[in-house]
Design a protein around this ligand. Structure first.
Ligand SMILES: Cc1ncc(COP(=O)(O)O)c(C=O)c1O
Length: 377
């Protein structure tokens, strides 16, 4: 049997990782400024993370959501404390797309409507509900109807107001930093207007923090820079540092009913152990502060590089836009300099999504390589 060939792959076979580095099967070492797509939040093979999962494996790796699993309560308590959302409720699932699906379902159960506002350039996942609100026709098969979705321009207040006037809006879903689209941010005013219009129309505000959340921006959630509180917050990626675990935070006024949502694997003890280990390391090693500090340094230094047009983003979620297509430079970074960075829908933009524990020395390693490559452009 062969693998269903859907991924364009680098010709590299990775076999191990430690901290900010990964190694291939020939012993070559690579600096990881991509984090397997923003997933590696606390570094590869963190010792506390391994120990926490290993201990749980010996105790109880799985049981379904038909009994009390106290480790879920422990995770909810820790998450409430670190995020500042102590008074929200937590639903656990397995992946980003699943978190988005559940957020949409909750919103629609809550106000019995179905019109969703999403934004141009958005990416929310590849399952039916999530791909319908994703602005990319290429990944949307005919079976995934999106006639219930209004795609508006990011930061266009007039369009937003008109959409609310003309439609019975169920929910607005927004990435507080658009990731796949190449790092674009809604303004504080725009996020606050979404909050206001949702309040006035009994619609729900969903913040998709799957890529930009979990400390990456320097605050636990990126929307917290704008002083707004969404009704539902989606999380995945960095939550398990590679262990598949995801979740949604839900405002208290949204009522749960038995059977309304459910999952077999979601909230399994092993996944909760991974998620707890991540929160413990983020706190113990002050990784949010580090994300902000190293992020600011990178932003400042990248702006000075030859060929750079603009640097966008916050903390360790940065888009560096060059005045040329980055495809060739990204390949040279990997094959000649042994550094992974991300790409995006914008042909001229690289995405930096390293572990939140990245150091200044590692940032300098990337900057030196970028400088060298650009002198030869
Ligand atoms: C903002 C956002 N939402 C949702 C998803 C989907 O997450 P997953 O691939 O875990 O289903 C992604 C993945 O890149 C994302 O960036």
């Amino acid at each position: 049997m062969t693998l269903f060939n859907v991924y364009p792959l680098f010709d590299i076979h990775l076999v191990k990782g430690k901290g900010a580095y990964v190694w291939d099967n020939n012993g070559n070492k690579y600096l990881d400024f991509y984090g397997g797509h923003a997933v590696i939040s606390i570094g590869h093979s963190n010792e506390h993370y391994i120990k926490r999962i290993e201990e749980q494996l010996h105790l109880l790796s799985f049981y379904s959501n038909s009994v009390h699993l106290d480790i879920q309560e422990e995770l909810a308590a820790q998450l409430g404390k670190i995020s500042g959302y102590d008074d929200y409720n937590l639903f656990l699932c397995n992946s980003g797309a699943e978190a988005v699906e559940n957020a949409l379902k909750i919103a629609s159960f809550h106000n019995k409507r179905k019109k969703i506002i999403a934004f141009k350039g958005s990416f929310h996942g590849r399952t039916s509900g999530a791909v319908a609100i994703t602005d990319n026709a290429k990944i949307k098969p005919p079976v995934n109807d999106d006639s219930h979705v209004l795609f508006l321009d990011l930061n266009n207040e007039e369009q937003l107001q008109t959409a609310f006037k003309e439609n019975d809006i169920c929910a607005v879903i927004i990435e507080p930093i658009q990731g796949v689209n190449g790092i674009f941010e809604p303004s504080t005013d725009f996020l606050q207007l979404i909050r206001k219009l949702c309040n006035e129309n009994d619609s729900l505000f969903i913040a998709d923090e799957i890529q930009c959340g979990y400390g990456r921006s320097g605050k636990f959630f990126t929307h917290q820079w704008s002083d707004v509180q969404p009704d539902i917050i989606t999380m995945a990626k960095g939550m398990g540092n590679g262990f598949p675990v995801a979740g949604i935070l839900i405002h208290q006024r949204i009522q749960a009913q038995h059977g309304m949502l459910g999952t077999t694997f979601g909230g399994a003890p092993l996944a909760c152990a991974a998620a707890l280990a991540v929160l413990e390391v983020i706190q113990k090693e002050n990784l949010m502060e580090n994300a902000l500090q190293i992020g600011n340094y990178l932003k400042e230094q990248c702006t000075l590089l030859p060929g750079v047009k603009e640097v966008r983003g916050k903390g360790l979620m940065l888009g560096v836009e060059f005045n040329f297509p980055i495809k060739e430079m990204r390949e040279k970074l990997v094959y000649e300099h042994h550094i992974f960075v991300g790409n995006s829908s914008q042909p001229n933009t690289i995405r930096l999504l390293p572990s939140l524990s990245i150091t200044k020395k590692e940032a300098d390693e990337l900057l030196t390589a970028l400088k060298k490559l650009n002198q030869t452009q």
